[in-house]
Design a protein around this ligand. Sequence first.
Ligand code: GLC
Length: 578
Amino acid sequence: MRKLVFQTVIVIFALTAGLGCRNENKPMRDKDNNDRKWWKEAVVYQIYPRSFKDANGDGVGDLKGIISKLDYIKSLGVTAVWLNPIYSSPNDDNGYDVSDYRNIMKDFGTMDDFDALLKGLHERNIKLVMDLVVNHSSDEHKWFKQSRSSHTSPYRDYYHWWNAERGTPPARYSLFDVNHDAWRYDSLTKAYYLHYFSRKQPDLNWENPKLRQEVYNIMKFWADKGIDGFRLDAFGFAAKDTTWPVYPKGYEKEFSKYYAIQGHLHDYLKEMNSEVLSKYDVMSVAEGTGNTYKDAHDMVDADRNELNMAYPFEGVDIPKIGGYSLMHFKQVFSKWDSVFAKKGWLSVFLANHDQARMVSRFGSDDPKYRDLSSKMLTTFIMTMRGTPYYYNGDELAMTNAGFTDINDYRDKATLNEYQHQKNIGGNMQEFMKGLAFSCRDNGRTPFQWDESTNSGFTTATPWIKVNSNYKTINAAAQEKDPNSTLNYFRRAVKLRKDNLVLVYGKYTLLDKNNLDVYSYTRELDGKKLLVLLNFKNYAATAATGLNLGKAKVLLGNYSDPSKNGTLLPYEAVVYELQ
Ligand code: GLC
């Protein structure tokens, strides 16, 4: 779960993708972190379909658009794609409100397009991971339409209802509602339904075994089509305490404590594993990790047979307006690594569709440092233990659009929060400043393909404005420049794929009190790599105590990489130690 701006957006996630393993001949110990799996060795590229490429000229990205860019995706070297939801949806939350789980959203195309996309990816040895949004559905799903129709509908218990004759239900916080009220009164049957997200996203009732079977059948439908994994959206919230206790005053400030990993959550995951996940070569990633390291670990401990990979938000939540502390950053990532050092598996990422742009939050979008800091952050993602997830457009160092007019924003959660702030007399100037820095729409502006109108994304008016810097920052220009962030990303991906030590090797933090430089080694089977990352816009020195005299530079973002540990602004170097 993580914060957007003045609104909190929870995200829990499970993803499954599949890639061919290299060097499969070398089995490592069973069930520990050196047990080789394709999804541990994967490099995942996240595509936000709405903003990637519009093929039919309606201003919205679509599946045919992605198909037209398959060779680009292949050229990145990535081995799996995670697609945000593409199912039928009225788009209250850009596809995270599903009205038919077995169909494709009209804006995005048809099932034939989907089949062609899957085939095209597989022909290129790229796995496909799909979003699975089953904490809630759309209120336009036929289950909900039936459910709300009468108290006796066989679908009534697919959702959580509170009959009004019992009085008002105990308060529950909604992340997306304009009043933050997660109960919505429905006069048709004089009852309230629960929605942790928007009013159009009623929460499904996982206590109902029939609902659970429906979900497993949906998963089988997609797994039978040959997809390679599932990212479980907001699933940590799926289990509720249906005795509906009254929560203490102020609980909403730490609502995750009350919402995440409740009741039978682990039982549901075990059941999902035995009914579906264990029967296919698919991987699963859980968005969000609960409240404790143990919660996170339990969901993905191979011995428990639940999910494969944790996706913790603590790292991506670090940046604030005005900066962040590298010490904090190191502590967070080192701690997560240590908790998962022996068992369980992590994802590593600094951005996704719920975040503003990586370079604007973690690096510097000042043109002087933009490329350097973006390359440095890419180096970090590609050299940590855990599966890297890289968000589309970050390979170009796309930046925040930083809209200053609320009419330029599209995200409903943001617009609802804007209204909420107005209603309560919030400081709107501060609110808008917050949006420009961290609203998730910053990460959803159209992909910048070239310098033609609308950045080559669409021939129509795009659903959200293109970032005005597209003439400078775009893929076509970067293709021609061997030193572009795009080409650096390709080299970093190749480095990871060529060096198993970057996947499985032991991580050791060095020089831990250095305020400017992040230094660590990765070691496996006698091979030792050293990573030095200067997170600052000034020169800084790493005191690792290691002799770099004979070290071989494997990757660096300056033409003349440091040979003595003194790094130029945002310098990143990966060495092989001899
Ligand atoms: C997850 C998604 C986010 C969505 C929310 C509700 O957090 O990542 O985009 O708004 O769930 O489905």
